[in-house]
Each structure stands twice: as structure tokens, then as C-alpha cells.
Design a protein around this ligand. Structure first.
Ligand code: GDP
Length: 306
């Protein structure tokens, strides 16, 4: 992800860095190039506009043109702007980057994690990845349950992933409906002394009212501490619209972006936080169950700018 964006921004900013003095027109031209590179990477237009306006304002405010190293100052302003766009706070005084926003495990155990998203986004795989990490690294006892009663093999798929990840799954009861499965999972979680119950909801090909109503009903029944949208980075601009719809209708607490290992242009990642105000918490970087990364805004910004 970000390869092409990184190439383009890298060459614009390298050009600035190399120059000794800068004229206002140089900065304007560079900002036009940055704007174009972001749009080509599928970043949403309003997000690009805000970003460019903010960078320009800071460049004027900090009197960049009068400084000894104007090019480097512009690069730093663009970098900090990217970090903010991605949802990261500014680094602390001593330069230590802020910690990524973690998963919310607060509350009376078992806490529920609701995994939502479109079909094929990587929801089931991501559920197993997170469960595996919570159990292995964080020493939490995790139970997973699939609420997908529409796709024939969905519940079976989670069971198989559970076996691979060595995470328990709720026994399958044929014919049971999503809200009832969710309630049974929470009960099994309570009786079994689990810390976290992960609920993998059904996906559809498109956002529709039936899907939203079902997710909302499961949310009401389980009061989850995380409602995590799983979104495929490869779907670009559409992923942002999906995130916006889910957030408005059911309320999200976090986003997991999948297929970050692919050649997505990266605009989805850059726009999602700005559009939904909801943090990207995790990245899926491959098909394997350990291919999960925390989202560090500063590292991503660094990767984009090279
Ligand atoms: P669901 O329909 O949303 O539950 O999607 P699945 O979990 O079944 O995933 C669909 C496909 O995407 C599977 O082949 C997964 O192995 C693959 N997948 C999931 N996450 C990632 C990822 O981060 N990177 C890559 N390359 N493939 C992924």
C-alpha cells in the first residue's frame, strides 16, 4: 500500500528539501503537486482540501520562507499534517510518538467485541487474528462466535480458524438466529470465565438496511465495548463510504483495515479517520493469522514520505 503515493510525494518533497531559499510560488506549486498526488491515491476531496489549507496556514504562520531550511520545514509540516489526518496526536515534547489507540477491554468480563463489515472484507479472518493475539499475547481467555446464518459455511469457517488459532468457538446450533446466538455466546462467556467474546456478524455485498438493523439489534443485546469495522483497503473510496454508513447507523469504536499488504493506493486509510472521526486501530497485512499489526499514524506517515 502507498507505493505510488509515496513515490510522488517523495519526489515533490525531495525537490523542496534540496533548495536553499524558497519563494512563495515554489511552495504553492509543491502544494498543487501534493494535492494531486493525494487525489490520485483516492483520498476523499474534502479531506484533501482541509489538509492543503492547514499545511499552507501553518507554513505562513511559521514564517517558513524566512527560515534557514525552508524546504525541510515544509516537509515537517506536511509530515505532521499527515499524522494528524491519520488520527495520531502530535509527538510529545521529547519526540516520543504517541501510543496507538488500543482495544477497549474495560468492563465487566466477558466484554463483547462486535466485528462488522461487508462480505469478503476479511471479517472472519480478522476476528480470528485479534482473538489469537488477545489470547497469546495479552493472556485473555477468548470465545468466538459466528452470527452469520446466511452464508452456508460461515460458522464452520470460524470453527476451523478457531482450531488453527487455538481459540474456543461457540458450539454451532442449527437454525438459531443472530441475536439469539449472540446472547448464547455471552452466556457461555459468563459461565466459562471468558474475558472476551468476539462476535463475527454476517456481511452483505452492499450496505443495506437489513444488515444495519441486524447489527444494531446484536449491539443492543450485547452492549459491546468494541464495534470494529473490518474494511478492505483495496476498495478505496468505497471503503470510506461503508465506514461512514456503519458509523452513522450503529456507531463504530474502531476500524481494522485489511489487505494492507496489497497494492492499494492508500486513500481509504488516509480518509477514513478524517471522515468518521473513528480511529484505525489495526491493520491486516496478510492471510496468515499472525499477520496483524497495530496502526501507528507516525510510522505510516513516515512510510508515505520515505
Ligand atoms: P469475510 O467474508 O469478511 O469474513 O472475509 P474472510 O475473512 O473470509 O476473508 C476473505 C479472504 O480475504 C480470505 O481469503 C482471507 O484469507 C483474505 N484476507 C483477509 N485478511 C487479509 C489481509 O489482511 N491480507 C490478505 N492478503 N488477505 C486477507
Amino acid at each position: 500500500m502507498f507505493d505510488s503515493l509515496s513515490d510522488k510525494l517523495g519526489s515533490v518533497l525531495d525537490g523542496l528539501r534540496r533548495r536553499g531559499a524558497l519563494k512563495e510560488s515554489d511552495v504553492d506549486q509543491a502544494m498543487r503537486d501534493v494535492r494531486l498526488a493525494l487525489l490520485e491515491a483516492d483520498v476523499a476531496l474534502p479531506v484533501v482540501r482541509d489538509f492543503i489549507a492547514q499545511v499552507k496556514e501553518r507554513a505562513v504562520g511559521q514564517e517558513v520562507l524566512k527560515s534557514v531550511t525552508p524546504g525541510q520545514m515544509v516537509v515537517k509540516i506536511v509530515h505532521d499534517g499527515l499524522v494528524e489526518m491519520l488520527g495520531g496526536a502530535a509527538p510529545s515534547e521529547d519526540g516520543t510518538p504517541p501510543a496507538p489507540e488500543g482495544l477497549n477491554l474495560l468492563g465487566e468480563p466477558p466484554v463483547a467485541f462486535l466485528m462488522v463489515g461487508l462480505q469478503g472484507s476479511g471479517k472472519t479472518t480478522s476476528t480470528a487474528k485479534i482473538a489469537r493475539r488477545l489470547q497469546q499475547r495479552d493472556k485473555k481467555k477468548v470465545l468466538m462466535a459466528s452470527l452469520d446464518v446466511y452464508r452456508p459455511a460461515a460458522q464452520e469457517q470460524l470453527k476451523i480458524l478457531g482450531e488453527q488459532a487455538e481459540v474456543s468457538t461457540l458450539p454451532i446450533v442449527a437454525g438459531q438466529q443472530p441475536v439469539d446466538i449472540a446472547k448464547r455466546a455471552m452466556q457461555a462467556g459468563r459461565f466459562g470465565g471468558y474475558d472476551v467474546v468476539m462476535l463475527d456478524t454476517a456481511g452483505r455485498l452492499h450496505v443495506d438496511e437489513g444488515l444495519m438493523a441486524e447489527v444494531a439489534a446484536v449491539k443492543t443485546a450485547t452492549n459491546p465495548s468494541e464495534v470494529m469495522l473490518v474494511a478492505d483497503a483495496m476498495t478505496g473510496q468505497d471503503a470510506v463510504n461503508v465506514a461512514d454508513s456503519f458509523n452513522k447507523r450503529v456507531g463504530l469504536t474502531g476500524i481494522m483495515l485489511t489487505r494492507v499488504d496489497g497494492d492499494a493506493r492508500g486513500g481509504a486509510a488516509l480518509s477514513m479517520r478524517a471522515v468518521t472521526q473513528c480511529p484505525i486501530k489495526l491493520l491486516g497485512v496478510g492471510e496468515k493469522l499472525d499477520e496483524l499489526e497495530e496502526f501507528h499514524a507516525d510510522r505510516i506517515a513516515g512510510r508515505i514520505l520515505g
